[in-house]
Ligand binder design. Sequence first.
Ligand SMILES: NC(=O)c1ccc[n+]([C@@H]2O[C@H](COP(=O)([O-])OP(=O)(O)OC[C@H]3O[C@@H](n4cnc5c(N)ncnc54)[C@H](O)[C@@H]3O)[C@@H](O)[C@H]2O)c1
Length: 330
Amino acid sequence: MTDIRVGIVGCGLIGRQYAQRLGRLGAQVEAVADPMPERTQQVAALSGAATYADARELLAREYIDLLCVCSPTPYHYEAVLAAAQRGRHIFCEKPLAENLEQAREMCRAAHEAGVMLGIGFKMRYEAVFARAKSMIDAGDIGTPLYAIFSYFQQVPPPERIWYTDYGALRDNIVHAIDLSNWLLGRLPAQVSARLGNRLGFKGEDKVFLQVAYPDGALASIHGGWVGGDYPQVAASDDIFFQIVGAAGYVAGDRAGHFVSATKRAIERCALDPVDSFTEELAAFLGALRSGEPPPIPGAAGLLAQAVIEAAFESSRRAEPVAIDRRDYSF
Ligand SMILES: NC(=O)c1ccc[n+]([C@@H]2O[C@H](COP(=O)([O-])OP(=O)(O)OC[C@H]3O[C@@H](n4cnc5c(N)ncnc54)[C@H](O)[C@@H]3O)[C@@H](O)[C@H]2O)c1
């Protein structure tokens, strides 16, 4: 059954991933948009979709239920606002926007239009993080107190140079910020950051962050891009984490190695990989069909953006920056 008609904006690496999966999940990709015609044609060929040069044209000419926004981050804002204005549901890639003000406006526009806005924090579905979350929620490690994430990668390839112009904080570290907010289960209150640019790109390549949460919980998040000599570590291997609770810990890496230490036992195991793109899209489509709220709402993107904005300011001023609750309301 193909009950949901979808448009995809941005037919690069991620747009293709979506197009390959949506059909299998019972949705029909009706139209795709990208300023590069060869890219729209490649992705359109997967489902016989119509092709357009941009989101506005697609939205004006096609009736769709859902717009998936997979364009480079600086273009998320215009596509999300255009979709909300037309009353279309939206699933937007991370990070939600270039800055907090845009992110707030995007959440507000979706809310006022009565459409769903979901965000692609797909790592929440990866096996180790999903297991960590279910153990934390079950109380297995007691109240979570500390979170540590390390997320270094080789610098992105030249064809994705816009990643480096845009900076590691918004490109990859945003995943760890969301995981931290989600796994600790609290709203971030203060950020201390040291950002640096070792490689000479426009954006920062070195990120050292401390995020303070209520009740003394703390997250330490480090990462960025190292350089061309750094090994090309598979995307599934590149995050190491530990969440320490009052009664134990969970730890592991993104490749599926998982350790838990509780009063009952210390256990080590290798978890089977999951296709997190499929999981996140299936969960969002499920919510769309049932009318439930999006599993990862745009507000999670807004919250991550508040941490990012505070990190930029903290690094500039060389002092901690408080996050006001008003910063992530809309
Ligand atoms: N969830 C994840 O793990 C993950 C991983 C990688 C990238 N991303 C995110 O996905 C988004 C896309 O990244 P990508 O790796 O596919 O980039 P990409 O460079 O491979 O593809 C982007 C595509 O968008 C097109 N484009 C440029 N301007 C456009 C516009 N105004 N409207 C429509 N299309 C436009 C480009 O021509 C290109 O084909 C980014 O926001 C990125 O941060 C998420």
